[in-house]
Design a protein around this ligand. Structure first.
Ligand code: COA
Length: 389
């Protein structure tokens, strides 16, 4: 063991002497110290990577994985995973792509990337990603003047809904329900996107044998999530500040008013992803816009502009970029001054007329999705998305 470590150190030193011009002098005279220093820096970098607050993104994570393997194992020495193991394959491709890069250069590149990521985490970005109440890591909550305003806060991922967010939105709705000072709740997105729907990463980090379990768990989470909208007893207002995709669109049928900026779009690309409708849209959309128009969205992936969503009854009112914020705030303030009991009882009347049906539709939609998430059509579509990323 000691001999092999020594041999490795010697090989690394030889490689370093060939390649690291900057360190050459020190390497010749203080070879051992130099390597000890790099190893210490490498260990520190590993720890610092784990303490990052922001997800560095899939591309960087793959790069880090590949550099780590190259630095610790050397050249890629494992067989290429099968096609269905798309996460394994992406990792293998990244590692194998480093070719003959020396272990020391891999260490140095790894350390450099971690330093850059740490430097990027400025105090400003920490503030913008934290919730004022400190309870929700993925949301910003502003609770004042009878309005409980929820902002989806993962702008770097276009506010895609990951598992934490599914849970936190439900907790936020519960908090809004239980807080007697809250008359109305609203939902919007941070940055220039409203929401890119379900986080496709929810499906990505699983091995093929875990797919049925992932699909079952995903179905349960989604069913609870949609049920929390069906049963939310106070008015819920959507403030669609940019493009909306997938479940963030379908669930709008369960909102009580939806205001959109004129540049917003509404896209439900379910069949393109080998998936199927959720959020009770299979029941509500045909009622809202007629079967032919609903099918364009739910079966044929048609993306609507804000004006088209308004014509189809999915959106209550559309505003220009300049007036959006002011107009929606005015409307929310007016709602916040209405007699609450009358408002909530009116909502209950409207919802009760279809509540049982909505729960049944939700259960059925989730059942179909659990099957879809295990299908080859869906796996291939998600693999394509991450390969593109
Ligand atoms: N799930 C996971 N990650 C997502 C995501 C989603 N639904 N939507 C966006 N992201 C991530 C991207 O992977 C990218 O991450 P990276 O920076 O680590 O590479 C980042 O968010 C920015 O997205 P990008 O694709 O670069 O922005 P864009 O403006 O070119 O496109 C979208 C935005 C939303 C049109 C595009 O990302 C997309 O099609 N996303 C998938 C939407 C979807 O199919 N949702 C599920 C419907 S059922």
């Amino acid at each position: 063991m000691a001999a092999s470590v020594q041999g490795r150190c010697a090989r690394r030193l030889t490689a370093k002497l060939r390649s690291c011009l900057q360190c050459k002098q020190r390497a010749i005279s203080h070879g051992r110290i130099l390597w000890a220093t790099h190893d210490v820096e490498f260990d520190k970098a590993k720890q610092r990577l784990n303490s990052l607050k922001e997800d560095p993104g899939n591309v960087t994570k793959l790069q880090m994985y590949a550099l780590f393997k190259q630095a610790t194992v050397g050249k890629c020495n494992v067989p290429k995973p099968g096609m269905m193991d798309f996460v394994g394959k992406a990792k293998w491709d990244a590692w194998n792509g480093l070719g003959d890069l020396s272990q020391d250069d891999a260490q140095l590149q790894y350390i450099k990337i971690v330093e850059e990521l740490v430097a990027k985490e400025s105090p400003a970005s920490e503030t913008s990603s934290s919730s004022p109440s400190g309870k929700f890591s993925e949301l910003i909550i502003n609770n004042s003047n009878g309005i409980y305003a929820i902002t989806l806060n993962r702008p770097k991922k276009k506010n895609a809904i990951n598992y934490e967010m599914y849970e936190q939105i439900q907790q936020a709705l519960k908090e809004a329900e239980e807080d007697k000072s809250v008359i109305v709740a609203s939902m919007t997105g941070a940055g220039n996107f409203y929401c890119s729907g379900n986080d496709l990463g929810n499906f990505a980090n699983v091995t093929p044998d875990k797919i049925p379990e992932m699909a079952r768990k995903g179905g349960e989470i989604l069913k609870r999530y949609i049920a929390s909208y069906i049963d939310f007893p106070k008015p819920l207002v959507g403030l669609i500040n940019g493009p909306a995709v997938g479940v963030s669109v379908t669930v709008l049928g369960l909102y009580d008013a939806v205001y959109a900026v004129d540049s917003a779009t509404f896209h439900t690309p379910f069949t393109a992803l080998g998936q199927s409708a959720e959020g009770c849209s299979s029941y509500i959309f045909p009622k809202l816009m007629g079967a032919a128009k609903a099918n364009e969205m739910l079966m044929f992936n048609r993306k609507l502009t804000a004006a088209q969503a308004y014509e189809r009854g999915l959106v209550s009112e559309v505003f220009t970029e300049q007036s959006f914020s002011r107009e929606v705030q005015t409307r929310l303030q007016e709602m916040g001054k209405l007699p609450p009991q009358s408002l909530w009882k009116s909502k209950k009347l409207v919802r009760d007329a279809a509540r049982d049906t909505l729960h049944a539709v939700n259960a059925r939609e989730c059942e179909v999705l659990v099957e879809r998430w295990q299908s080859e059509e869906c796996m291939n579509a998600i693999m394509k998305f991450f390969q593109k990323s």
